[in-house]
Ligand binder design. Structure first.
Ligand code: HEC
Ligand code: HEC
Length: 614
């Protein structure tokens, strides 16, 4: 088959390929933080740290403008063959439409929460956007900017691609790397391709323009092993999307794809429109792999070249003629153009001025780096488990017991940190860097204090910078309380603050925690895990943002908030809940899911609380 196809190409090559090319050059068929217009003249990228998008004129390799869109923009896509883009403004729950010729905002659409990936259909009449939380797709009419339909798409939907004939959408789930196919006519889920239970952090899906294949970059988080050479692995999954196809999902290890070179945190993939090449960027080790796409169903891709990139590359896109490709180095704030034949850089285009302080930028680069001095074996960076400050949705088997990865939101207000409050400053993560998990050289010159009590701050500017960055993550308001608390949540609020349940005795103050008092509490959760070394008392966690951070409790054994209040609290040691009727539990959960419904920093400042300063 392979040979026959090659023969056909040799004979009819130009003809067959032109027909295919015409269909392949359309902008925005798969989600990315960068897109190229169908006519190949413009590139747009979203600048997460700057709250903006930048437009680059590809005929001159020059930035033409930067347009502010709002807090934490992610996916961006041209609409059909126009010069208008749709951009997902992740933290403001909005999709903005911007005319890149003029820089004008031409409209916007409010969505429930966390828009991430954006694609448009061929004519540009409709835009499809994944909502990371709560795992949905919205179909937006590009003209009226109204939401036509909403489809369920599992939990935490990120990657999205639209099939050539626009009959199907493909969607990836962030915390499982599962791929779903959705029928665009009915909105029903019609197929799914599941990987292993370890598969994680899949932000994208890319379709092969000529064959029924989808490619997904993702990690494996092997939670049973808290060791630098066995916990986190980089993959590209290849899925045969054809009906009834065999060997339907295969994963290709990216840490042994080029000999012994270890790469980490594959962020995005691009397939060249001529279908010959696959490009992958690795945001942890700052690498690019260029591979040849094979016409088989076995090896799928063959290594061609390795390119060292700038800091934290997050996107790659190929020009419609396949002759140039572009890489977005997020923490260098530039786009680099490469000649696809020589794989040499041909232009570096600054896209925006960094708005981060020098210290936070230094810390952020370290946080994302799986290179020395952070990581000895190059598999793991801090961001492998705390991507953009989010949890990785996993419970790890740590030496001290099972530990659910915490969100870093609001951490500057809720020190000490860790479920056991054993660390009083982020600088103590020097132990994590030098320990078995990361095996890095570390950031302190010389010995690190063995005891966690003695301050490690002030010993290394780089370590202080890592702490400064880690402490920048703030809470975003709950989508469940945009118009205030619902009636159920109001009733839940009464219960929460009642004498009977006692919830607010520990979950107190603007952050719903008494963490800063350094008291630990035994709430009856210490016996469930036999490997536990620090039972029975734990630090009270904040309850802000828990609507999106399942599973719960230090050991992650509560799948839902209901479980925390019921099955995981059999003896009323964790507040008094056994007397609550089922609808009261529902009310309490409705309240918990509404947190935060107002900016906690305002109340915190009023109460004279102070955030940790580096
Ligand atoms: C293998 C996954 C993994 C890696 C890699 C990792 N962490 Fe964590 N992190 C966790 C888990 C699990 C917890 C909860 C541990 C506990 O409480 O004992 C956690 C907790 C934290 C907390 C406490 C948050 C809070 O609110 O209490 C901070 C801060 C943190 N990590 C920062 C870092 C930094 C900085 C790095 C890189 C040096 C890093 N982590 C690397 C998994 C990881
Ligand atoms: C005696 C102090 C105390 C009281 C009272 C209390 N909590 Fe907690 N809460 C804790 C501690 C400590 C933990 C962490 C326990 C663990 O992880 O094993 C926790 C964990 C939680 C969690 C899980 C958070 C997460 O991120 O995983 C939720 C939800 C929660 N509490 C809600 C409540 C509610 C609702 C009430 C009232 C019914 C309540 N708590 C009463 C101390 C308390």
């Amino acid at each position: 088959m392979y040979l026959f196809r090659r023969f056909l190409e040799a004979v009819t090559g130009p003809l067959v390929f032109c027909v295919m090319c015409a269909s392949a050059v359309m902008a925005g068929t798969s989600n990315s933080l960068m897109d190229i217009s169908t006519d190949g003249t413009l590139l747009v990228c979203s600048n997460r740290d700057n709250g903006s998008i930048s437009v680059i004129d590809l005929t001159r390799h020059q930035k033409t403008r930067e347009v502010n869109v709002g807090h934490l923009p992610e996916g961006v896509s041209f609409l059909g063959d126009t010069h208008t883009v749709a951009v997902a403004v992740y933290a403001e729950d909005r999709v903005d439409f911007v005319d890149t010729n003029t820089g004008q905002l031409v409209g916007s659409t409010d969505v429930f929460d966390e828009p991430y990936g954006v694609v448009s259909n061929r004519s540009g009449s409709h835009v499809y956007v994944t909502l990371d939380y709560p795992g949905q797709i919205v179909e937006i009419d590009a003209e009226s900017r109204q939401i036509n339909r909403t489809f369920d798409a599992g939990a935490f939907a990120r990657g999205i691609a639209i099939a050539e004939d626009a009959r199907r959408l493909y969607v990836t789930n962030y915390y499982t790397a599962q791929l779903l196919a959705i029928d665009l006519e009915t909105g029903d889920q019609i197929d799914e391709w599941t990987g292993t239970s370890y598969d994680n952090l899949c932000r994208q899906v890319v379709l092969n323009p000529h064959r029924e294949k989808a490619y997904l970059p993702h990690l494996q988080s092997r939670t049973t092993i808290a060791h630098g050479a066995g916990s986190i692995f980089p993959y590209v999954a290849v899925v045969n999307t054809g009906e009834g196809a065999e060997r339907r999902r295969r994963r290709i290890k990216m840490d042994s794809f080029n000999g012994a070179q270890v790469t980490s945190n594959p962020w995005e993939i691009a397939v060249s429109p001529d279908g010959s090449r696959l490009y992958v960027v690795f945001s942890g080790t700052n690498d690019l792999y260029v591979s040849k796409i094979l016409d088989d169903d076995y090896w799928e891709i063959e290594f061609e070249r390795h390119v060292r990139l700038g800091h934290n590359p997050r996107a790659v896109r190929v020009a419609p003629d396949s002759k140039t490709f572009y890489v977005y180095n997020a923490l260098d704030f530039n786009v680099v153009a490469y000649d696809a034949e020589t794989i040499e850089p041909i232009a570096t285009i600054g896209v925006c001025e960094s708005k981060l302080s020098d210290e936070v930028l230094t810390g952020k680069r370290l946080f994302y780096a799986a290179l020395q001095p952070m990581s000895g074996r190059h598999w793991i960076s801090c961001s492998s488990c705390h991507p953009d400050g989010d949890p990785d949705g996993r419970t790890w088997q740590n030496p001290e017991g099972l530990r659910n990865t915490q969100a870093l939101f609001g951490m500057a207000w809720t020190h000490p940190i860790h479920w056991s409050a054993d660390r009083d400053e982020v600088q103590d993560f020097e132990h994590t860097i030098r320990g078995d998990l990361m095996q890095g050289r570390g950031l302190i010159n010389g010995e690190v204090h063995a005891s966690l009590e003695e301050p490690n701050s002030g010993l290394s500017a780089a370590l202080d910078a890592l702490a400064a960055y880690s402490n920048t993550h703030e809470f975003t308001l709950s989508p469940y309380a945009k118009t205030g608390l619902s009636e159920a949540a109001e009733r839940g609020r009464e219960l929460f603050f009642s004498e009977e349940t006692r919830c607010a005795t520990c979950h107190s103050g603007p952050f719903f925690t008494d963490s800063t008092t350094k008291q630990l509490h035994d709430v009856g959760t210490g016996n469930a895990d036999e490997s536990e070394k620090m039972a029975p008392a734990y630090d009270t966690p904040t309850l802000l943002g828990i609507y999106r951070t399942a599973p719960y409790l230090h050991h992650g054994m509560a799948t839902t908030l209901e479980d925390v209040l019921t099955t995981q609290n059999p003896n009323d040691l964790h507040g008094k809940t056994s007397q609550l009727a089922a609808d009261q539990v529902d009310d309490l959960v409705a309240f918990l899911k509404s947190l935060p419904y107002e900016d906690p920093q305002i109340a915190a400042q009023a109460a004279g609380l102070r955030r940790v300063e580096p």
